[in-house]
Design a protein around this ligand. Structure first.
Ligand code: PNS
Length: 172
């Protein structure tokens, strides 16, 4: 077959803070990886925030959580998301939608990104029902007060969170 006839690989980036990655994020990554040739999970280096985990810790956490997914890569970026997307040849920004309040923020972000780079499309995936309430902030709050988070984040992330808060993992 003439390779020139093949469409170019469709690369999507899944940008975010991922402080830390949750099972909701992982669900979007797994489902996105079935739709696109490559999904690059892109962690924003955001000096304006004081995160629980460093970017390097988050990259490792995501790498471990996605090692079963061959078409998924993990990277970090700073600056505008569309600039990073253009740099690596990604045409799609993948985002998850949980509730109506996400929609307003996400739509504004998608419109902004469209004005910045016309060729890049934002694709939304509806979060699976069981993860509709889940966010990194909620997980941090529960872990801080030593509640159970094992149903919310990958096991290795749960262990690191309890360690960060110097808490023992609660008895199940
Ligand atoms: O996980 P988050 O915090 O909801 O992710 C938000 C993120 C990182 C995707 C968004 O803040 C972002 O794209 N920041 C980079 C700066 C940028 O491109 N701003 C213009 C779009 S609003």
């Amino acid at each position: 077959m003439n390779n020139d006839l093949l469409p170019p690989a469709m690369i999507a980036i899944y940008p975010g803070s991922f402080d830390p990655i949750t099972l909701g994020h992982l669900d979007i990554i797994e489902r996105g990886s079935k739709l696109f040739d490559r999904v690059v999970v892109a962690v924003l280096r955001n000096p304006g925030k004081s995160p629980l985990f460093t970017v390097e810790q988050r990259l490792r956490q995501i790498q471990t959580a996605t090692q079963h997914l061959p078409h998924v890569e993990v990277d970090s970026f700073d600056g505008l998301t569309v600039d990073y997307a253009n740099l690596i040849g990604a045409k799609v920004l993948l985002r998850g939608l949980r509730v109506m309040s996400d929609f307003e923020k996400e739509l504004q972000m998608a419109h902004t990104n469209k004005t910045l780079s016309k060729e890049i499309e934002t694709v939304f995936l509806a979060t699976s029902t069981e993860h509709g309430f889940l966010s990194s902030s909620i997980v941090k709050e529960i872990a801080k007060f030593n509640g159970s988070i094992n149903h919310l984040v990958p096991d290795h992330v749960a262990a690191e969170m309890y360690q960060s808060y110097q808490n023992q993992a609660p008895k199940q």
